[in-house]
Write a protein that binds this ligand. Structure first.
Ligand code: GSH
Length: 220
């Protein structure tokens, strides 16, 4: 049976489907809306087997794969014949730890960004205004780091000479932060801007935009 991807609007499911599209891996996408732009429609929890009710998750026969980074690694390792160029294998420890490090970092950036969103959602305006810039310091450091690594690597990608799963994982988090201007105080990162526009123009990215669940964060 074709693996099922449970994909919430404006969610990390975008990473998983974009990678699957790059690798020509077929997924049966089930899309779900957010309620008032926040939590998931409860149908998602009812219809997937993930008791936490989060997206993405993949159901592949009797297997349930959760966490976007884990879903990406699963697809590459199980279904992609040329997966090693997307997530290097041993004995290429340098490549493997670099790419998997970036997949972890993609969630570090979300960890720094989400408290700012939660303060906007749940605290009064004064508190949100006071805490926003303080909480934003880590987001700015993260974006400075991505920018400096892009400059240092010189290929236009985060690792090596071509796109890898690292770019896909981190791009979602960066798009999210820039689109929502989370803690960024309107700063601009020119290397990041060029990198995102190059990634977003890829056919697999454009195909993912048409998959039936929303992704509102593109620059293009
Ligand atoms: N670390 C997890 C985060 C999963 C997560 O929090 N997903 C969000 C969307 S990006 C979600 O399902 N939110 C819906 C809700 O909390 O109701 C991953 O990388 O997959």
């Amino acid at each position: 049976m074709t693996p099922i991807l449970h994909a919430l609007d404006n969610s990390r499911a975008f990473r998983v489907l974009w990678l699957a599209n790059e690798l020509d891996i077929e997924l049966d996408v089930k899309s779900y809306a957010r309620i008032d732009g926040k939590g998931a429609d409860p149908k998602m929890k009812e219809q997937s087997r993930f008791k936490l009710g989060k997206s993405p998750c993949i159901e592949d026969d009797d297997l349930l794969v959760v966490e976007s980074g884990n879903c990406m690694e699963y697809l590459v390792e199980r279904y992609a014949s040329k997966g090693a160029s997307w997530i290097p294998n041993s004995p290429d420890w340098k490549g493997r730890t670099a790419v998997r490090g970036w997949i972890g970092f993609a969630e570090t950036l979300m960890t720094h960004a989400l408290p700012i969103i939660y303060v906007q959602w749940f605290a009064d305006e004064g508190t949100a205004k006071e805490l926003g810039p303080k909480l934003g310091a880590n987001v700015v450091k993260d974006l400075d780091y991505v920018e400096s690594e892009l400059v240092a690597n010189r290929s236009g990608y985060l690792y090596g000479n071509d796109i890898t799963a690292a770019d896909i994982a981190v791009a979602f988090s960066v798009e999210y932060v820039l689109f929502k201007q989370i803690g960024t105080s309107n700063q601009k990162w020119h290397g990041i801007d060029a990198w995102l526009k190059r990634l977003e123009s890829r056919p697999a990215y454009q195909k993912t935009l048409k998959a039936g669940f929303k992704h509102d964060f593109s620059l293009l």
